[in-house]
Design a protein around this ligand. Structure first.
Ligand SMILES: [Zn+2]
Length: 146
């Protein structure tokens, strides 16, 4: 028989609670819903006897659901590498000008039209001619940046 005598348990609990200070009793009371009936009764008795403002909790507090919503922190803590968005344009290095008519690269730069005094460079004023087919045209010149 391993049955604990209720009177014995109460006595043991009473001694235990008697040695606790208010904070400790409060800590126990916070988990009042987990205590045995004897423990609850004994604890309440001890609290009343000391005239403490400690209340036994009857049920576990509502789960703090908000704490699980902070998963975005993980993303901030570990910044993902930017996806490679620097795809090279297809074989456009150096912008090799070709004849727009025959696509020959045998073209000759003939010079530019006289620049307007305003310095505007928006107009097509680069004169080209094609050695291959003799075509002549104008464009904005070779683009400097890729
Ligand atoms: Zn040509």
């Amino acid at each position: 028989m391993n049955h604990l005598d209720p009177g014995e348990e109460e006595r043991r609990l009473r001694e235990q609670y008697a040695q606790m200070n208010e904070d400790e009793l409060q800590a126990v009371a916070d988990y009042g819903y987990e205590l045995t009936e004897i423990a609850r009764t004994t604890l309440q008795s001890e609290i009343s006897q000391r005239g403490l403002n400690v209340k036994l909790r009857d049920a576990p507090p509502a789960a703090p659901a908000a704490e699980t919503l902070d998963e975005s922190d993980d993303l901030l803590d570990s910044p993902q590498p930017e996806p490679e968005d620097t795809e090279e344009p297809e074989e456009e290095e150096d912008y090799v000008a070709v004849c727009p008519k025959c696509h020959s690269s045998e073209i000759v730069f003939q010079g530019r039209d006289a620049e307007p005094a305003t310095g505007s460079t928006n107009e097509s004023k680069f004169n080209w001619s094609c050695d291959a087919c003799g075509h002549q045209w104008k464009d904005d010149g070779i683009e400097e940046e890729a």
